[in-house]
Design a protein around this ligand. Structure first.
Ligand SMILES: Cc1cc2nc3c(=O)[nH]c(=O)nc-3n(C[C@H](O)[C@H](O)[C@H](O)COP(=O)(O)OP(=O)(O)OC[C@H]3O[C@@H](n4cnc5c(N)ncnc54)[C@H](O)[C@@H]3O)c2cc1C
Length: 417
């Protein structure tokens, strides 16, 4: 069987490597950091852990066949109802349903005016841009209170420019409180990193950063690495930013995220009992706080494992703060909310390429760069960073199966030639 080199050991690289290993390929994975990518947990010195921002497996019945089947080979998946709240007035004492429900309207003094506005709104319609899509559905007032500032803060771009095919999947406007993933969500019994490690147990893993390609006409002959090595292979798969691999003066912009993991002792839980995380569509520098009571580990009464997400661009003020700044920010926030809390441990995780930007100009740049990479016949790519798509684990596992099939077809074709 041909040798294949997979760049990146996130869920994309690991799930595809596993599927290729099962087909008898000789797989080498090159990872510059650690196995897990965005799925790598935050580990506390106090012995507990959490995701670096909550990672839930959600899929409908059709997708379950492959996503659930693949993960279930390595772990038990527990069904879980996740609930979220949003705090438009910035007060933990004032939770509103998220997804934003029609019942939220009663929480505002101008409820009658909001209802009149809604009666005039076109409702769920196709729209190219996020702002138009939202205003059509929830009206101007609710959009301004729940979505506008949050979206600007999350993406760092004007919601008028945000495009994509994910609105319909992500946004709903139910009559009453609804669980976050209507079609069902699961959480694994084991850590994601352990699951991914088991997937690649029979593959070689080289810890090194890939810096470029060595090419021979329309084929790639080797990849070059930070340590000065070259790794030869018959086939290559990338799950990383394509601008690292091709010689180009253009670069790709991603929204980055600084994630603070905090183990705290506190006078009370931040959210209502059934709520797992809260959104903050207001002036705070963070977008979301999550309470990890859904993780299969037990923390003593009065202790909580939290993550707080600070969106940023690399090098901006939020990104460049010292590690202490993020915990101080969270502790000041809790204090302001009247929660008496002590920080037991904290860890900061920086994700430079957390979100591809759903903006036409950025997508066009991606396509120009990616066209050059895909011109090499023995290169394949998948995953969120490499395909520059705002996609989830379920989509990536689906891509892994498709990429495996493409590779098998390529090999069959090459052998026939
Ligand atoms: C805050 C947040 C919350 C999320 N929540 C969910 C959720 O609830 N459910 C869900 O399904 N999805 C969720 N996602 C999406 C999910 O995390 C990603 O889609 C998925 O983890 C991406 O996997 P990947 O393998 O494509 O990329 P990555 O995980 O980024 O993996 C790429 C790997 O390549 C490595 N690498 C980078 N450069 C190089 C180089 N030059 N050489 C070698 N290796 C390199 C990196 O170190 C990394 O390990 C969330 C994402 C974020 C940011």
């Amino acid at each position: 069987m041909p040798e294949i080199t997979v760049i990146g050991a996130g869920v994309a690289g690991c799930s595809l490597s596993y599927l290729l290993d099962q087909e008898g390929f000789d797989v080498t994975i090159v990872e510059k950091d650690a196995v897990g990518g965005l799925l790598r947990e935050i580990e506390f010195e106090t012995g507990y852990h959490c995701d670096s921002a909550p990672h839930l497996l959600f899929f409908d019945e059709e997708e379950e066949a492959i996503v659930g089947d693949l993960f279930s080979e390595f772990t038990q998946l527990e069904p879980h109802e996740f609930y979220a709240a949003t705090y438009p007035r910035g007060k933990l004492s004032d939770p509103h349903h998220y997804p934003v429900s029609k019942q939220n309207i009663d929480k505002w003094d101008d409820a009658d005016a909001i209802r009149e506005e809604l009666a005039e709104a076109p409702g769920k319609t196709d729209a190219e841009y996020f702002e138009e899509y939202m205003k059509n559905q929830v009206g101007e007032t609710l959009y301004n209170r729940y979505n506008k500032d949050y979206t600007e803060k999350h993406w760092g771009i004007d919601p008028k420019r945000i495009t994509g095919d994910w609105f319909d999947f992500k946004i709903s406007f139910p009559d009453e409180e609804q669980e976050f993933f209507g079609d069902g969500a699961y959480y694994p019994d084991d850590k994601y990193t352990d699951i991914l490690q088991s997937m690649i147990a029979d593959c070689d893993v080289v810890f090194d950063g890939v810096t470029g390609l060595e090419t021979d006409g329309d084929r790639i002959s080797a990849i070059e690495t930070e340590s000065g090595d070259r790794i030869n292979s018959d086939l290559f798969v990338s799950t990383i930013d394509p601008s690292i691999l091709v010689d180009t003066s253009e670069s790709l912009n991603y929204r980055s995220m600084v994630i603070l993991g905090a183990h705290i002792e506190a006078s009370e839980r931040l959210f209502p009992d059934h709520v797992d995380w809260g959104y903050f569509p207001n002036h705070y520098d963070f977008t979301r706080i999550t309470d990890y009571k859904f993780i299969p580990q037990s923390t003593p009464d009065g202790e909580y494992i939290l993550t707080t997400e600070f969106p940023s661009f690399i090098g901006d003020e939020v990104w460049s703060n010292s590690e202490e700044w993020y915990s101080e920010y969270l502790m000041d926030f809790l204090d302001e909310q009247g929660i008496n809390a002590t920080l037991l441990d904290a860890e900061v995780r920086r994700a430079p390429r957390a979100y591809p930007l759903p903006v036409t100009e950025e997508i066009d740049t991606f396509e120009r760069i990616n066209d050059r990479l895909s011109a090499y016949e023995n290169m394949f790519n998948l995953g969120r960073v490499s395909t520059y798509e705002y996609i989830w684990i379920k989509d990536i596992v689906q891509q892994a199966y498709e990429t495996r099939d493409d590779i098998l077809e390529y090999v069959q074709q090459s052998t026939a030639d």
